[in-house]
Design a protein around this ligand. Structure first.
Ligand code: ATP
Ligand code: ZN
Length: 291
């Protein structure tokens, strides 16, 4: 009987009706809020491009894309980019495809390196509201493949009190992870050295010079899926937002954990954020609300 009811539901040609069904089924309270959300995707490579496509198909309001690189034939073992886009910047090629898939999404593309002195300022300005000086994005997704870029995102997010999610795929392409970073509440990217998780997964996603890293569309697609699923849960308030979710494809092992902030973190902004967070959770209002 249940199946009959479901198939009797109107399935029109509007792609949003399948998303709105999440609301009818009680998973999400107000799916349409997605249209008011702004997400920045930094790094439009194997993970970032797929994450951007998922967000576009989910109908996010605004998508900011950052990358300095061009599409190459060597990228064709991943998803998303097509051979005829070789030579285009990744941000322009992605904007072209994504606008075609869903013209309702406002896409801003930034072809730039976020780690240079100017790049840092431009990146920060682009996610800052010109009037209020606070963040104008709801979430920043890190889909870069190197330490410096992650440190830059960490710094901008600490300065703006902006929550972000980090992702990584190991150099041997068989494991990956996602992580949610909330200034003051969770570890920042500098609180702990690059993760070598006790579970036996080598999470060092640092790029070694002169070494050709392996990559698989499967692992990158799965990590992008984990990242955007966590993004939807965070933005639309359903389920549990993972603080850390690992993926080990050889063992089909998905470890989760919490990473507490380090009270001896080398980043002063992180220490300030930790103090503010402690003051907040010990405030009379917060204590009253917890009862
Ligand atoms: P590979 O190095 O294996 O050929 P890739 O460089 O395309 O792959 P991915 O892991 O697929 O790497 O994606 C990471 C993306 O992040 C790349 O497109 C890269 O250009 C981008 N990126 C890395 N650092 C920065 C940075 N500082 N500023 C902007 N984009 C960056
Ligand atoms: Zn820290």
């Amino acid at each position: 009987a249940k199946i009959e009811t479901m198939s009797a539901e109107v399935v029109d040609s509007n792609p949003y009706s399948r998303l709105m069904a999440l609301q009818r089924m009680g998973i999400v309270k107000d799916y349409e809020r997605i249209r008011t959300k702004t997400v920045a995707v930094v790094g439009v490579g194997g993970v970032g491009s797929v994450a951007a496509e998922m967000l576009t198909r989910c109908g996010v309001g605004r998508l900011l894309l950052y990358d300095y690189d061009k599409v190459e034939l060597a990228n064709m073992n991943r998803l998303f980019f097509r051979p005829e886009q070789c030579g285009m910047t990744k941000t322009d090629a992605a904007a072209q495809t994504l606008r075609h898939i869903n013209p309702d999404v406002a896409i801003e593309s930034f072809t730039m390196n976020i780690t240079t002195v100017d790049g840092f300022d431009q990146f920060k300005a682009s996610v800052t509201h010109p009037d209020s000086g606070s963040s104008r994005v709801d979430l920043i997704l890190s889909c870069v493949d190197n330490y410096e870029a992650r440190i830059t995102i960490n710094q901008v997010c600490l300065e703006l009190q902006q929550t972000w999610m980090e992702s990584g795929v190991s150099e041997d392409a068989v494991s990956g992870h996602i992580q949610t970073l909330i200034p003051g509440e969770t570890a920042c990217f500098q609180c702990v050295p690059p993760l070598v998780v006790a579970s036996g997964i080598d999470e060092r996603t640092l790029k070694r010079e002169g070494v050709c890293a392996a990559s698989l569309p499967t692992t990158m697609g799965i990590v992008a899926g984990m990242l955007v699923q966590n993004t939807l849960k965070y933005l639309l308030h359903f389920g549990t937002v993972s603080r850390y979710l690992g993926y080990n494809s050889l063992k089909d092992f998905f470890p989760t954990m919490e990473i507490k902030p380090n009270t001896a973190c080398s980043n002063g902004r992180c220490l300030d954020a930790q103090q503010a967070h402690q003051a907040h959770i010990n405030s009379p209002e917060a204590l009253a609300a917890a009862v």
